[in-house]
Unconditional design. Sequence first.
Length: 185
Amino acid sequence: MERYRFLLSGSGGQGIITMAILLAEAAALYEGLVAVQSQSYGPEARGGATRSDVIIADSEIFFPKVNQPNVLVALTDESAAKYLPLIRPGGMCLYDSDLVHPSARIDARRVGLPLFHAVKEAFNGKTQAFNICVLGALATLTKAVRLESLEKALADRFAPAFHESNKKALHLGAQMAAAAPSAQA
């Protein structure tokens, strides 16, 4: 049975694909679940539209694309406008409240957090860990995977020099999500 159908969206350079890979790896390698990840992006390396799908289930997955996500991450206004209409009724949309201003009427819970600003502040103006912060918020809101599993996936994928900053960003997102009023819904 499928547990989660994630559609992660934004623009090239925001780490959308890396975030999706980490989520799928954490589920498959450390949670004992079945996960698939697929991606598509525009011809531009940075700034073009980026989308990555992740399905997490406890049984076989027959189709790797997400047509109707129950969880949407939108990190640009363009991606919110394009993908909000696809979200399943009762689903959830996580977005950066400073970067995205969703306008579509949807039957889904919206969680807007100033993640980009928080990362910029916590890392002295540097924003490379933005996607990891978003991933921490996403894991906390959905409970799809444990933070410990994401920490292991991060340690596997990145050089030791980045372990502490990645862990800091992951937990920053988790703390922000846990404190959000809509996180209690």
